[in-house]
Design a protein around this ligand. Structure first.
Ligand SMILES: [Zn+2]
Length: 161
């Protein structure tokens, strides 16, 4: 049950806009902080897997005109408590998605790969919404919506397989 709680209770710690112009932005996916990382070996998350998810979901979300890079990063390269984030530039149509390296994950090793795909989908949905006039002072509403849409899409996609 911990997995569901962690996934569905994901909350925002995003900095959207702020001092940056409205044409660039960032958002992060976070999990509530939990117990220390398990001692089981970290599952193999490869750059290829992450790029494959970006490729698939970029198409599904009609973001093919974007150049999206994905990086597997250590915990100190993400905002505090975040498991993923995205930075984008609307004029350049470029974005960088960062996902947490499993060696730093607090999830059960068996959940990490599925959760990382969810992170990729989540961040790409933020990118889809980036062109809308969002309120940087109420990112929790955006976060809630992104959580619901990303979970629903992944659920549908996994049911078909
Ligand atoms: Zn988010």
């Amino acid at each position: 049950m911990r997995f569901c709680a962690l996934v569905f209770l994901s909350f925002v710690l995003a900095s959207v806009g702020g001092a940056e112009s409205a044409k660039t932005g960032a958002a992060a996916r976070t999990l509530p902080s939990v117990s220390p990382a398990s001692t089981s070996p970290a599952p193999l998350l490869t750059a290829q897997m992450a790029e494959g998810w970006v490729h698939t979901w970029q198409k599904r979300l009609a973001l093919e005109d974007w150049k999206i890079e994905v990086k597997i990063v250590r915990v100190w390269e993400l905002p505090q408590d975040a498991v993923a984030n995205v930075h984008w530039s609307i004029p350049n149509k470029k974005a960088t998605v960062k996902v947490l390296n499993p060696v730093d994950s607090t999830l059960k090793p068996s959940d990490v790969i599925d959760d990382t795909e969810l992170s990729v989908v989540h961040e790409l949905i933020h990118l889809s919404l980036a062109k809308l006039p969002l309120d940087p002072n109420h990112t929790e509403l955006e976060e809630q919506t992104v959580n619901h849409i990303s979970s629903a899409l992944l659920d549908l996609s996994r049911r078909k397989q």
